[in-house]
Write a protein that binds this ligand. Structure first.
Ligand SMILES: NC(=O)c1ccc[n+]([C@@H]2O[C@H](COP(=O)([O-])OP(=O)(O)OC[C@H]3O[C@@H](n4cnc5c(N)ncnc54)[C@H](O)[C@@H]3O)[C@@H](O)[C@H]2O)c1
Length: 323
């Protein structure tokens, strides 16, 4: 049977990079997204390259559509990324729970009915509480969850559902919990502004202000997408969850790095307004379980992102509205 990957939320930031890597690796990808807007994918793939992908307009909240997608396209692997981000869940909690909680149960149930044995899906740093809740240093892989947003609560619910699907039906799952993802196509959600600062630098803007600070982990989106593919391809014997690693970095240092790469811009941040999470997570468990762990150095990822933005601005695929 040809390996076929269903990617949900495929036209979002991590999704388009996942579609790109799968296609470049010669694998069949089925895109499942409620949106039909390919503007993010156009930043990464030509129309000719996109022709290899099967595009479905589908709603995660509709079980029949999810099951239909899995069954009709001979899906063998699932990478479930579709979700509403923190601000959208806060603005519409009912819709947030339908997409993020029911949508994920729909994925597991469709996998079960279609006879699939494994699901890879996305959780988040938002399952954790504020730093004073934990011992100092990197967060241990088994640190207790203590979400302070509905989005985080919904992600915790997903991890619980995954455990029950393993317990009751023997379906394995691997969940990855990114901190802040950056790179081309990152354009919405609470923590997208470091990427917008890179876009501003590429556009030749004089200044950009990032409205938060503190230290955190930043993951290059290309690495995150590759890690999800790895998670889908290498089932473990249970419902496993992993934090992603990266050296914690101050947002002020990210700002300085952008200024160093494109000296024309002045990037500022609210240095004393950290995100309400520990500075970073220990990824020793991820490294213990997976052969490939992707970790492009920050300076390299930021440089690649700025250069990629410059190409897209020059050929009209992107515009910059200002901060
Ligand atoms: N970007 C980050 O920094 C970050 C950090 C932690 C966790 N995550 C998680 O990683 C995953 C991917 O994040 P992202 O940045 O690519 O998100 P994104 O917001 O860019 O993309 C989400 C995609 O889901 C789609 N979607 C929304 N509702 C849907 C529905 N009902 N049916 C089908 N599709 C629907 C959207 O159209 C969008 O294309 C998400 O689960 C997110 O919670 C992201």
């Amino acid at each position: 049977m040809t390996a076929t990957y269903l990617v949900t939320g495929a036209l979002g930031c991590v999704g388009v990079w996942t579609l790109m890597h799968l296609t470049r690796q010669g694998k069949r990808a089925v895109s499942f997204d409620i949106s039909e807007n390919r503007r993010r994918l156009d930043l990464l793939m030509t129309p000719q390259e996109q022709a290899a992908i099967t595009f479905l307009r589908g709603d995660l909240t509709d079980f029949a559509q999810v099951l239909g997608a899995v069954e009709a396209h001979g899906v063998t692997h699932i990478i479930h990324l579709g979700a509403l981000q923190v601000p959208f869940c806060k603005a519409d909690p009912v819709m947030g729970s339908r997409v993020n909680v029911t949508g994920t149960v729909n994925i597991f149930e469709a996998a079960r009915r279609a006879g699939l044995k494994h699901v890879a899906y996305a959780s988040s740093i938002a399952v954790y509480g504020p730093p004073d809740r934990y011992p100092p240093g990197l967060l241990a892989h088994d640190a207790p969850f203590d979400p302070r947003t509905l989005y985080g609560v919904y992600k915790v619910a997903n991890e619980g559902a995954a455990r029950i699907y393993w317990q009751d039906h023997g379906i394995t799952s691997t969940v990855l919990r990114p901190y802040t993802v950056y790179g081309v196509a990152r354009d919405q959600g609470l923590t997208s502004t470091p990427t917008q600062a890179m876009l501003a630098a590429a556009a030749g803007a004089g200044s950009y202000h990032i409205g938060f600070g503190g230290k955190q982990q930043l993951h290059f989106v290309s690495d995150t997408a590759l890690q999800f593919i790895e998670a889908a391809e290498q089932p473990l014997d249970g419902a496993y969850g992993f934090n992603l690693g990266a050296p914690p970095v101050a947002i002020a240092e990210v700002a300085a790095l952008i200024e160093q790469i494109r000296p024309g811009i002045r990037v500022t941040c609210d240095a004393d307004k950290p995100l309400p999470f520990p500075e970073g997570c220990d990824d020793a468990e991820l490294k213990r379980h997976f052969k490939n762990v992707y970790g492009t150095p920050l300076a390299e990822g930021v440089r690649q992102t700025i250069e990629h933005f410059e190409t897209c601005l020059a050929d009209g695929r992107l515009s910059f509205e200002g901060s």
